[in-house]
Design a protein around this ligand. Structure first.
Ligand code: ADP
Ligand code: MG
Length: 227
């Protein structure tokens, strides 16, 4: 399923007035493709991910996952859609210290109606190159390995949409590049509609499209040679 933002506006309270974090943003991300978002700090990149994740409701506009307008859903319906259809990867992996890599993933299935996802969790840990480390806890993993667990966890409920905010900022260049390459590959293989906020311009040409944000506005994303 694709992700579509249709003239989405988001404001925050700011003193006596409102600050416009997203200004009539439009974006279409087809299934199986990655759109990279770049732009200065404060330009609205994380706000765009937050509304796409249904964590924040915009003032105006529509956000479509497949054919479903998530803004129009009731809160309980939106919570189910978020668990099933939206995978989120933030800068810090936020893994639970007491759980093994495999258990981090299994927990996501439990949160989604008690589904058993052990087989899929093992498959995903293999896909991110951690097949032999499934029983390690976070403190026994490197920063890059923890971010790989984070990515695998975001995919365990087979979401349609994958939202990724600066996943490489805590990693050195080489490990960061490997994580970006992994995200591009998983997006193609798993068919997710992926939005990747990144400061890392090194592998941007491997995204299918690149969009620049400034002051809450998104210029029409330009297709790259990969797309
Ligand atoms: P970016 O991710 O590009 O750095 P953000 O989306 O985080 O940008 O922020 C966009 C603007 O919205 C900034 O001016 C920021 O200060 C403001 N902002 C972000 N989150 C909030 C919030 N929860 N409350 C008020 N203002 C916010
Ligand atoms: Mg941000």
């Amino acid at each position: 399923m694709s992700l579509t933002l249709d003239t989405v506006t988001l404001t925050y309270p700011d003193g006596d007035g409102r600050l416009t974090a997203l200004d009539e943003v439009g974006l279409v991300v087809p299934a199986g493709t990655t759109t990279a978002l770049v732009g200065p700090s404060g330009s609205g990149k994380s706000s765009l991910l937050a509304v796409a994740a249904t964590l924040v409701t915009p003032d105006r506009g529509r956000i479509l996952v497949g054919g479903t307008d998530t803004v129009a859903l009731r809160p309980a319906e939106r919570a189910v859609l978020r668990r099933r259809e939206i995978g989120i990867v933030f800068q810090q992996p936020n893994l639970l210290p007491s759980l093994t890599a495999l258990e981090q993933l299994e927990l996501m299935g439990r949160l989604d109606g008690g589904r058993r996802v052990t087989g899929r969790a093992r498959d995903l840990l293999g896909a991110v190159g951690l097949g032999d480390l499934a029983h390690r806890r976070p403190h026994q993993l490197s920063g890059g390995q923890r971010q790989r667990v984070n990515i695998a966890r975001a995919l365990v409920n087979e979401p349609s949409v994958l939202l990724v905010d600066e996943p490489t900022s805590a990693l050195d260049h080489e490990r960061g590049a490997a994580v970006l390459g992994l995200l591009f590959r998983l997006t193609r293989e798993r068919g997710t509609a992926t939005v990747l906020v990144t400061h890392d311009r090194a592998r941007l040409d491997e995204a299918d499209a690149v969009g620049e944000m400034h002051d809450g506005r998104l210029a029409a994303p330009a297709a790259t040679t990969a797309g």
